[in-house]
Design a protein around this ligand. Structure first.
Ligand code: FES
Length: 144
């Protein structure tokens, strides 16, 4: 499994984590290239069904990240996202998807190094879990 390069999809908010990821690049820090970033105005706008769609369409692991608590540009969007995440974990369990495939984090615009670390840790974690094999089941359920 050592040559397995997991596909990671990152759902991030525009104001903090996306800017932090941008800082990672402009600071020329290296991190796993296997991550695809999808930018949202706020983590509070992320429909968590999109995470299942990502799995159904080939993702092996997922990151959700936004502004730190009390830093959300829309006041409480990140708190809504955190609550959804708690509910979503139960759905992952129900669907037989290892919850360790999804990382929920806060990364600010000044935390380029933290973003690189988060992506690298997630990629390594998912590499150890192996490729996600439940996409047929998800598609059978109409997700995808
Ligand atoms: Fe970043 Fe709401 S604007 S989490």
């Amino acid at each position: 499994m050592s040559d397995f390069n997991p596909k990671i999809v990152a759902f991030v908010c525009n104001w903090c984590t996306y800017a932090g990821a941008d800082l990672t690049g402009t600071s020329r820090m290296k991190y796993s290239p296997q991550v695809s970033i999808i930018r949202f105005p706020c983590t509070g706008r992320i429909d968590f069904m999109l995470l299942l769609k990502a799995f159904a369409n080939g993702a092996d692991g997922i990151i959700v990240s936004g502004c730190h608590p009390n830093d959300c540009h829309y006041s409480s969007g990140n708190f809504h996202a955190r609550r959804r995440w708690i509910v979503f974990r139960g759905l992952l369990d129900f669907l037989g998807i290892d919850v360790r495939r999804v990382r929920f984090s806060w990364v600010s615009a000044a935390e380029g190094a933290k973003w690189a670390q988060l992506v690298n840790d997630t990629a390594e974690h998912v590499r150890q879990l192996g490729p996600f094999s439940g996409y047929h089941r998800l598609r059978g359920l109409g997700v995808g």
